[in-house]
Design a protein around this ligand. Structure first.
Ligand code: G3P
Length: 249
């Protein structure tokens, strides 16, 4: 870990029921959590209110997506204003599942990020390469292009956390090695320094996501440019998520 306060996000994706999330919230409420860590969980939209009303204020809430602008006649969408109305201060954008399964492109994602930041909502901006892109030696190209789309759109970097999530590591149990993750995190920081500013490069948290669990988090957390994690599967288990939060080093 290097820049800023360690940041751990739990992305619950499209998982959970009222009952299972009530159990998860009570496990998180009773867990001993390191104080020097920003903690955010992203429940499915329909459970945000339930989670917000039962979870300790120690943990902030993120939405998993948002609309590109003000609400209105956009069936099935959720506006940033509605997210804020539920006291939710963050949104996850550019997640690989939305890029590759739903088909969101860089420009659409950039538009959402700009709108959210203008409304004072923090953005967890996800980037990451597919396996075939890594194998073709295009990891940096892909990550820099996704980063540039954010950089071209956003009004400021004060409330952005970058999540590097190699797609081949998501939900596969194939975590990136600490060296693989560190190499990309360092390159992302260098890109920020050259293309945004040295100040933004040194202050922006770059977190890693992709098969992080209670067993591999400590080694990853030791890497200089890994400033936290975005956790999927393991964030659905309270005690294991607490172990990951407490891996701050
Ligand atoms: O956003 C977090 C995520 O994509 C990683 O998922 O299940 O591999 O930890 P998982």
């Amino acid at each position: 870990a290097g820049s800023g306060k360690f940041f751990v996000g739990g992305n619950w994706k499209c998982n959970g029921t009222k009952d299972s999330l009530s159990k998860l919230v009570s496990d998180l409420n009773s867990a001993a959590l390191e104080s020097d860590v920003d903690i955010v969980v992203a429940p499915p939209f329909v459970y945000i209110d339930q989670v917000k009303n039962s979870l300790s204020d120690r943990i902030e809430i993120a939405a998993q997506n948002c609309w590109t602008g003000k609400g209105g006649a956009f069936t099935g969408e959720i506006s940033v204003e509605q997210i804020k109305d539920l006291d939710c201060n963050w949104v996850v954008l550019g997640h690989s599942e939305r890029r590759h399964i739903i088909g969101e492109d860089d420009q659409f994602i950039g538009k959402k990020a700009a709108y959210a930041l203008n409304q004072n909502i923090g953005v967890i901006a996800c980037i990451g390469e597919l396996l075939e892109e890594r194998e073709a030696g295009k990891t940096f190209d892909v990550c820099f292009q996704q980063l540039k789309a954010f950089a071209d759109a956003v009004p400021s970097w004060d409330k952005i956390v970058i999540a590097y999530e190699p797609v081949w590591a998501i939900g596969t149990g194939k975590v990136a090695t600490p060296e693989q993750a560190q190499e990309v995190h360092a390159a992302v920081r260098d890109w920020l320094s050259k293309n945004v500013s040295a100040d933004v490069a040194s202050k922006t948290r770059i977190i890693y996501g992709g098969s992080v669990n209670g067993g591999n988090c400590a080694e990853l957390a030791k890497q200089e440019d890994i400033d936290g994690f975005l956790v999927g599967g393991a964030s659905l288990k309270g005690p294991e998520f607490a172990t990951i939060i407490n891996s701050v080093s």
